[in-house]
Design a protein. Structure first.
Length: 243
């Protein structure tokens, strides 16, 4: 089985970190194919960045379908382009926010999300409502850490994230904490050990869920709105998508 992991931003170091986390999570016999787009934002920190990342993300999903990937994971906590990617793919397509929130709801009655910047909180709040998690999510918290600071040595990003996770545990009474950025994929184990509560990395659980779905012979429904895109002409820079 082959699972594709797409980091929708163009950061190669972050993609490498995400790939390492995915390979650690993958069951024996599962191959991980990780990539990021050639074109798009270097980090995703708002609505505009998300919109600009989606075309490159969909090109990567199309490549994954063509190379025979059995399932796909979108490694950005905003789950950008998730429904569009599901239209393109026959195998399951999971967003890490969707996977992480569902995992948290299975192991705790209340969870909080600790994400990067305050400006992205509203995106996570929208996903909480969309995924039916309003009764489970206590709060979305921002550590005020720029995404790319997670790749910088000496940025103190990890310490700020740990401190916000501690507040989530103590002030929100959260039984579990969801890390709200794929760039935090390497932190979950250390933070969980320090705080004594389950800390969930969406890359980890999305890979495991995707493998389970594909292994059960389940793929994205092609009946209804997730059927393959309607054939039509595209012009300009998107001419390659024409039927």
């Amino acid at each position: 089985m082959k699972i594709q992991i797409v980091n929708p931003n163009t950061s190669a170091p972050m993609t490498a970190k995400i790939a390492a986390a995915a390979r650690t999570a993958a069951a024996p016999g599962i191959e991980i194919e990780a990539s990021c787009p050639e074109h798009g934002p270097v980090s995703i920190e708002g609505h505009f960045d998300e919109a600009m990342a989606v075309p490159g993300l969909l090109e990567e999903i199309e490549r994954g379908v063509a190379t025979g990937c059995d399932a796909h994971v979108i490694a950005c906590f905003g789950d950008p382009g998730l429904h569009a990617a599901r239209e393109l793919a026959h195998g399951p397509v999971l967003g890490i926010a969707e996977a992480a929130m569902h995992a948290a709801s299975m192991i705790a009655t209340r969870f909080s999300v600790v994400t990067t910047l305050e400006r992205t909180v509203v995106i996570a709040e929208r996903l909480v409502r969309e995924y039916g998690m309003s009764d489970h999510c206590a709060r979305i918290r921002a550590a005020e850490v720029p995404v790319l600071a997670l790749e910088e040595t000496g940025s103190h990003a990890e310490r700020r994230i740990v401190e916000e996770c501690r507040r989530a545990r103590d002030e929100d009474r959260a039984g579990a904490i969801v890390l709200g950025c794929a760039g935090m994929a390497d932190l979950a184990g250390r933070i969980g050990d320090e705080l004594g509560v389950p800390v969930i990395d969406g890359v980890n659980v999305a890979v495991r869920f995707a493998g389970a779905l594909a292994g059960a012979g389940l793929g994205t429904s092609k009946h209804g709105d997730l059927a393959l895109p309607l054939p039509k002409a595209f012009i300009g820079r998107y001419a390659g998508w024409s039927a």
